[in-house]
Design a protein around this ligand. Structure first.
Ligand SMILES: Cc1cc2nc3c(=O)[nH]c(=O)nc-3n(C[C@H](O)[C@H](O)[C@H](O)COP(=O)(O)OP(=O)(O)OC[C@H]3O[C@@H](n4cnc5c(N)ncnc54)[C@H](O)[C@@H]3O)c2cc1C
Length: 466
C-alpha cells in the first residue's frame, strides 16, 4: 500500500524530517510551507530569525550529515563560504569569569554562515537526493480525531481543503498553532511554559575590513551572575567576506536599532573589542531587531492523550534563548529520533508518534535546562525563578568556567557540551569535576588573548580612539 507523509514547514526541522521519511519506506513526502522559497541562499519572511547570527554546533552538523543522504552538507557549506571555527583556538571569548585562553591543540568546531545559507543548503540537498515535494500552502488545522490524525487542512482561495496523510509532522516553528489544532481534535491538557528574559537581539552586517579576514570570531558574553540585565555582542564571519554582528540584551539592557546607539552599545560592554573592530567597517545592512527570543516549552509528550500518526519537531516542541546556539542542532536531533523509530516499525507503527515525541523531548530538555538555568538569573525575568537545583548547577558551571580560563581539561568539558556532541552530564565526569575543583593554574587574563599580528590589526581598525 502506498504511504504518504505531510510535513508542515520547510525550515530545518521540516526538511530534515522529510529526508528521513523519504528514505524510510514512505512513498510520497509532501512538505508544505506558507513562504515562497527562494532559489538561492536568501532571507525570507517565514524565517525572521534568519537576520540574526546562527552558530551551527558540531553535534548538529554531524546529525545533519547523517540525515541527508548522498552529499556532505558540511563540505557544501564550506564551499559556499561558511567558516569552520575551532572552539579551542579560533575564538576570542570574554566570559563572566574572564577571557578564555586560546590553545594550540585543536578542539571541536562550529560552522558560521548566514541562516539563509544553512536552510538553502539543506533544502537543495534534500530535494536533489530524494523525491520529496515542496508545495506552497499554509496549514490551518489537522483532520482526524483525538485517536489519530488523518491529514492536514490547508487554506485555499475557494475555502480550506484537506490533504490526507498516513503521518503528519508539524515542523512549523516557534509560531506553531499546534495546541489550537490539537484542541480542534479534542486533545486538550497540553502544558506550556514560557520563561522570558526580555532578550532583544540587534544585528547588523558589515564588510570584513581588508586584512581582517582571518580575525577570530569574537564574543563578549552576558553575565547572569550580577543581578543586572545581560548584555552581549558577537562578531561572526559569514559567507561573502562579511561579518554578522549581533548584540543581545535582556530586559532593561536591550540594544538599540539606530546605528550610533548600536556601536555605543558594543563599546560600553565590559570589553570594547567588538565596537573597536567594527568602528571603521563598512555597514551593508540596517540594524535588525528580534524580540522572538523567549524560552517556550510545549510538553506535548506528557499530554494525557496523543493522536496516532502525528509528530511535532523542532521549535514547535521547544524554543530557547538563542544565545546558546542550540535550536538548529535540536531540530536535527529530533529528526534523528524520527528516523530511528521509522526504522523500528515503519511509519504507521502503533505508538510511533508518542515515542518520537518522548525521544525528541530529551534533547529539547537538555537545551532548555542550559538556557533557562541561566535566564532565570536575570532581573525581571518572566515565568521562572531560580530553584535550589538551578543555583547549585549554576555555581558549579561558574566554577568550571573560571577553571576553563586557564585549564585545558575544564575547557574541554565546556567545549564538548557547547558543541552538543555530548550531553551536559559530561560536566560531571570525574576528569571534569577534578578540573573544576582544581581551578585554573594560571591567573585570569584581563586582556583578550590576541596574537601580536591581531593586536596590530585591531589597532589599525579602531576608529574610536580607545
Ligand atoms: C534571534 C535568533 C537567533 C538564533 N540563533 C541560533 C543559533 O545561533 N544556533 C542555533 O542552532 N539556533 C539558533 N536559533 C534558533 C533557530 O532559528 C531555530 O531553532 C530553528 O530555526 C528551528 O527550526 P524549525 O524548522 O523548527 O523552525 P523554523 O526554522 O522557524 O521553520 C518553520 C517553517 O515553517 C513555516 N511555517 C510556519 N507556519 C506554517 C504554516 N501554518 N503552514 C505552512 N508553513 C508554515 C515557516 O515559513 C518556516 O519555513 C536562533 C533563533 C533566533 C530567534
Amino acid at each position: 500500500m502506498s504511504r504518504r507523509a505531510v510535513v508542515i514547514g520547510a525550515g530545518l526541522a521540516g526538511m530534515l524530517a522529510a529526508a528521513v521519511l523519504s528514505t524510510a519506506g514512505v512513498d510520497e513526502v509532501i512538505v508544505l510551507d506558507r513562504d515562497e522559497l527562494p532559489e538561492g541562499p536568501e532571507h525570507r519572511r517565514g524565517l525572521p530569525q534568519g537576520r540574526h547570527a546562527h552558530l551551527l554546533m558540531a553535534g548538529g552538523m554531524d546529525a545533519m550529515e547523517e540525515l541527508v543522504p548522498g552529499v556532505s552538507l558540511r563540505k557544501r557549506l564550506l564551499a559556499a563560504g561558511a567558516h569552520e571555527i575551532s572552539l579551542s583556538s579560533g575564538m576570542l571569548a570574554l566570559t563572566p569569569e574572564g577571557w578564555l585562553r586560546r590553545w594550540k591543540r585543536e578542539g571541536p568546531v562550529m560552522l558560521t554562515c548566514s541562516r539563509a545559507l544553512v536552510d538553502w543548503a539543506v533544502r537543495t540537498a534534500v530535494l536533489e537526493q530524494t523525491s520529496v515535494e515542496v508545495r506552497r500552502a499554509t496549514a490551518v488545522g489537522l483532520t482526524g480525531s483525538a485517536r489519530g490524525v488523518t491529514g492536514v487542512r490547508i487554506a485555499a482561495p475557494g475555502g480550506d481543503t484537506d490533504i490526507e496523510a498516513d503521518l503528519v509532522v508539524d515542523a512549523s516553528g516557534r509560531g506553531t498553532r499546534v495546541v489550537t489544532w490539537l484542541d480542534g481534535l479534542g486533545v486538550s491538557g497540553v502544558r506550556e511554559r514560557t520563561v522570558d528574559s526580555g532578550l532583544v537581539n540587534a544585528t547588523r552586517v558589515f564588510r570584513i575590513p581588508d586584512g581582517a579576514e582571518r580575525f577570530p570570531l569574537t564574543i563578549v558574553q552576558a553575565d547572569p551572575f550580577v543581578s543586572r540585565p545581560g548584555r552581549s555582542a558577537m562578531v561572526m564571519p559569514i559567507e561573502g567576506d562579511r561579518w554578522m554582528v549581533s548584540c543581545g540584551g535582556t530586559r532593561g539592557g536591550e540594544p538599540p536599532a539606530d546605528p550610533e546607539g548600536f556601536l555605543r552599545y558594543t563599546l560600553d560592554l565590559p570589553d570594547p573589542i567588538v565596537g573597536r573592530l567594527i568602528s571603521g567597517a563598512e555597514p551593508l545592512t540596517d540594524v535588525h531587531l528580534s524580540r522572538s527570543t523567549s524560552n517556550v516549552r510545549r510538553y506535548l509528550e506528557k499530554a494525557p492523550r496523543w493522536p496516532e500518526r502525528f509528530v511535532v519537531l523542532g521549535d514547535a516542541l521547544g524554543t530557547f534563548n538563542p544565545a546558546y546556539g542550540q535550536g538548529m542542532s535540536v531540530a536535527a536531533f529530533g529528526a534523528q529520533v524520527l528516523g530511528r523509530e521509522l526504522a523500528r516499525g515503519g511509519p504507521t507503527a502503533p505508538g510511533l508518534a508518542r515515542r518520537v515525541l518522548r525521544g525528541a523531548a530529551r534533547s529539547v530538555d537538555a537545551a532548555w535546562s542550559m538556557a533557562v538555568g541561566q535566564d532565570v538569573l536575570y532581573p525581571e525575568v518572566r515565568g521562572g525563578r531560580p530553584s535550589v537545583a538551578d543555583r547549585v548547577v549554576t555555581a558549579y558551571t561558574r566554577r568550571m568556567m573560571k577553571a576553563a580560563t586557564g585549564s585545558y581539561a575544564a575547557a574541554c568539558a565546556i567545549w564538548d557540551v557547547t558543541s552538543m556532541r555530548t550531553p551536559p552530564t559530561r560536566m560531571f565526569r570525574p576528569s571534569a569535576v577534578l578540573a573544576a575543583v582544581a581551578g585554573s593554574p594560571l591567573p585570569p587574563s584581563t586582556e583578550p588573548p590576541l596574537t601580536p599580528r591581531e593586536r596590530e590589526l585591531l589597532r589599525g581598525l579602531d576608529r574610536t580612539g580607545a
